[in-house]
Design a protein around this ligand. Structure first.
Ligand code: ZN
Length: 436
């Protein structure tokens, strides 16, 4: 029987109204088929979850997984120096190192309850990268971080024709493969590293195939000013005028935007991905997320690459994001816990085009977390949902199901030997400084 499980007596949270009910969950062939009390087994595996809090698994809506190898190497640098060093190290990685870098990034995310990743990667070792996605059995939407304008000496540029050809190659080879867990996207790096022609060419391809368009928007202040100087528009308005913004567009960072550009984004239905750890650590600035939420923009959370954020824990990311918006808006009620959960689950699922992901309901995919709440730091059962965000960490995640398959149990990977992977990772990162 394939991935047929009954989760027994979990405390199921309904994020939409922040309520918790004790119940069983039946999963058949990766889908939630029944939620109720004392479900009668039909030969399923029983997962005892008494006392555990059950919430939907998280989606990391903007990341660069290979950067798991670069955590700690590039701390406390300004964005220009950081970018040059990050890229030059990455370009010196071998194919095997790419495989392990991506796999380690995926497993770190899994340890913290992420089952879906929206990743921007590169073409050079794409087969090894996809092998890591496949081996993890996690859900990944991925695109190639194309750029046709060199921002510095470490940038590898491509022509518009090559970028389109590469997007087409990965689409035909990998879109909707590995039991539907893998999808391809288009992922130009963003202005000012891309020409209008590259952005529009990739958008047109994405529209034709129904793919997500994933890019960085207005992350650097200097870069945004340069774009304005060159085009007469802010980065948000430029994308609007180029015809890029719609409900299939995902915009990471989105910091240096005028209010009227927020209106354009809201009107278009595009998603903004908030990556607060990166924004704070490399001093990008603070995106006006609270103003976006007022305008009903769909906003999700992303951990970004670890070379900048040093973080794959979505709970920590959500806490940073919520605190930052409370400070910048001067309003404590901005971005409450319920909004944080939506931004980690349903909002990002919607952005990636999944209408059956991000909620624990009958008919939805069984991407589920069981959280261990037996911890002295999390006292007060009545405030569990709040305390996880403001007082907990991703290490509370005990069990993770992706598509009904148990990938983490008792806080251990079910399909990987963590010690072996860690030893391999240490071997790779030893001496990585020398490549800077
Ligand atoms: Zn990024």
């Amino acid at each position: 029987m394939k991935n047929n499980i009954i989760i027994r007596r979990c405390d199921l949270a309904d994020i939409s109204n922040m309520s918790i009910t004790s119940c069983d969950i039946r999963i058949e062939d990766g889908i939630i088929t029944e939620i109720g009390s004392n479900l009668v087994p039909k030969g399923e595996e029983i997962l005892n979850a008494k006392g555990m809090l059950c919430i939907p698994a998280f989606t990391d809506a903007h990341t660069h997984l290979v950067q798991s190898l670069q955590k700690g190497c590039l701390d406390d640098l300004c964005i220009t120096d950081w970018l040059i060093k990050m890229l030059s190290t990455q370009h010196r990685l071998t194919e095997e190192e790419w495989y392990y870098g991506v796999l380690i990034g995926l497993l770190q995310g899994l340890r913290f309850g992420v089952t879906t990743f929206n990743e921007m990667t590169y073409f050079s070792y794409i087969d090894a990268v996809v092998q890591a996605y496949k081996d993890s059995d996690l859900r990944v939407t991925f695109g190639l971080g194309a750029t046709d304008i060199a921002e510095n000496q470490s940038t590898l540029t491509t022509s518009v024709e090559d970028a389109l050809q590469q997007a087409e190659i990965i689409y035909h080879k990998y879109h909707n493969t590995n039991h539907g867990l893998l999808r391809t996207s288009v992922a130009p790096q963003g202005l000012p590293a891309c020409t209008k022609e590259l952005m529009q060419g990739l958008k047109s391809f994405a529209k034709q195939k129904g793919l997500v368009f994933h890019t960085h928007l207005a992350e650097g202040k200097k870069e945004t000013e340069w774009v304005k100087h060159q085009t007469g528009y802010g980065e948000g308005e430029a994308l609007y005028r180029y015809g890029i913004l719609d409900a299939k567009t995902m915009l990471a960072h989105s910091i240096w935007l005028e209010d009227y550009e927020l209106d354009l984004i809201a009107e278009s239905g595009a998603t903004v991905v908030h990556c607060p750890s990166t924004n704070m650590k490399i001093s990008d600035g603070i995106p006006p997320i609270y103003k976006m939420l007022e305008r009903k923009v769909n906003v999700a959370f992303g951990c970004d690459g670890e070379a900048s954020s040093s973080n794959r824990d979505m709970i920590r990311e959500a806490r940073c994001g919520a605190y930052l918006q409370k400070v910048v808006s001067g309003k404590a009620q901005v971005m409450p816990v319920s909004t944080c959960y939506q931004m980690m689950t349903a909002n990002s699922a919607r952005a990636l085009g999944y209408d059956d992901l991000g909620k624990t309901r009958v008919g939805y995919r069984a991407d589920i977390l069981l959280l261990d709440m037996h911890d002295i730091s999390l006292l007060n059962k009545d405030c569990r949902l709040s305390n996880i965000i403001y007082a907990g960490t991703g290490l509370q995640v005990d069990t993770v199901l992706c598509n009904g398959k148990v990938l983490l149990k008792n806080k251990c990977f079910t399909c990987f030997d963590a010690e072996k992977i860690m030893a391999k990772g240490e071997q790779i990162v030893t001496g990585i400084y020398k490549r800077l």
